[in-house]
Design a protein around this ligand. Structure first.
Ligand SMILES: C[S@@+](CC[C@H](N)C(=O)[O-])C[C@H]1O[C@@H](n2cnc3c(N)ncnc32)[C@H](O)[C@@H]1O
Length: 328
């Protein structure tokens, strides 16, 4: 069993679990439908405080009905063998491959092997922690179907400026190495405009997170040509955004479905936050030996009826900020 996962991971994976059958229903006329998972993780993970099992993306996607017809899961060698062993047992009838290795290095061979079905509707999940995927890899996926294809593979990418800032703030050469990784993630040094604006207090921490996520949307739309992009912030108990899920699609139906699921996820979030605060408090009291006589009661279901907690917002051109200077 791996790291303990928080409610925002559950919320994210529920979006995936709901999107996959909707995508496959919408493209049911196509005899092949392709799923790429660039950072597939482990089959199951443990929820913080409750110890409950949370199924990871491979299990959820393979269990979807209707589901994809072909699946490629990339995962680092340390986890890949166990992932394959579990999936082999649990999903004997499904077409999938687990590729052990760095997905940035393995992507060429994988896409080459998929050439015969490159016309298929495709969806790629890139569930990184901070800055593991390379821009070049996103470009390869976006161009996989060829320049004449009406739609590119959809991308669903985790962006975490909160984690990025941690890496960037490391001491000495570690920070420089991490900055190189972030440059590789965006495929340009222009993100350093945002970094420097934050370091000189020209923008706030919240603005930093907004700008860093927006910049990826801007790149997906303007450099790769995705017609629709969206983002949903996933927030910690204190309201700080831990990461954003960024979606890019060329199809209005995909965008419509994902927008609906983003709104649903935003509706779920307040109750999840309250429950996490309750469990954290009980955990602290348990550890301090100061438990009350009674369990802290779970709060009622979300009081969000009618409230609009998420709505699509356009991206902006970051170069219009006065602190921006174009770099390579
Ligand atoms: C956040 S976890 C993914 C969780 C998974 N998507 C799920 O829902 O269960 C990130 C995973 O990416 C893997 N990873 C990190 N860098 C990678 C890379 N370059 N290529 C393939 N896998 C990578 C890590 O080993 C880790 O298991």
């Amino acid at each position: 069993m791996a790291r303990k996962w928080s409610y925002w991971t559950k919320n994210k994976l529920q979006i995936l679990g709901d999107y996959v059958p909707a995508f496959n229903k919408a493209s049911a006329r196509s005899s092949e439908r392709l799923y790429l998972d660039l950072m597939a993780g482990q089959p199951e993970n443990e929820e913080r405080y409750t110890g409950k099992v949370i199924d990871g993306s491979p299990r959820r996607v393979l269990a979807a009905d209707p589901g994809f017809t072909q699946h490629v899961f990339f995962e680092l060698p340390a986890n890949a063998a166990r992932l394959k062993a579990v999936l082999d047992i649990e999903f004997p009838g499904k077409e999938f491959e687990v590729i052990p290795g760095d997905s940035n290095l393995e992507i060429d061979a994988a896409l080459k092997a998929l050439e015969p079905i490159k016309w298929a509707p495709a969806f790629a999940f890139i569930d990184q922690q901070a800055a593991e995927v390379w821009w070049e890899t996103l470009v390869k996926i976006a161009r996989f179907k060829g320049v004449r294809a009406r739609t590119k593979p959809e991308l669903w990418l985790l962006m975490s400026p909160t984690m990025t800032v941690k890496g960037v703030s490391r001491r000495g050469t570690n920070s420089a190495a991490f900055r190189e990784r972030v440059t590789r993630l965006y495929g340009t040094r222009n993100w350093l405009n945002i970094q420097e604006a934050r370091e000189t207090s020209v923008i706030t921490a919240d603005q930093y997170r907004e700008e860093m996520t927006n910049f990826m949307r801007f790149r997906l739309a303007e450099a790769l040509g995705y017609k629709y992009t969206n983002r949903i912030p996933m927030r910690m108990e204190n309201g700080t955004t831990i990461y954003d899920m960024v979606f890019a699609s060329d199809h209005y139906v995909g965008d419509k479905i994902m927008s609906h699921l983003y709104a649903k996820a935003a509706e779920r979030e307040p109750a999840m936050q309250r429950e996490a605060r309750r469990l954290a408090k009980m955990d602290r009291e348990h550890k301090a030996g100061t438990e009350g006589l009674f369990e802290i009661p779970a709060s009622a279901e979300p009081e969000v009826s009618g409230a609009i907690l998420w709505r699509p917002e356009p991206y902006w051109n970051p170069a219009e900020r006065e602190w921006w200077t174009e770099r390579d």
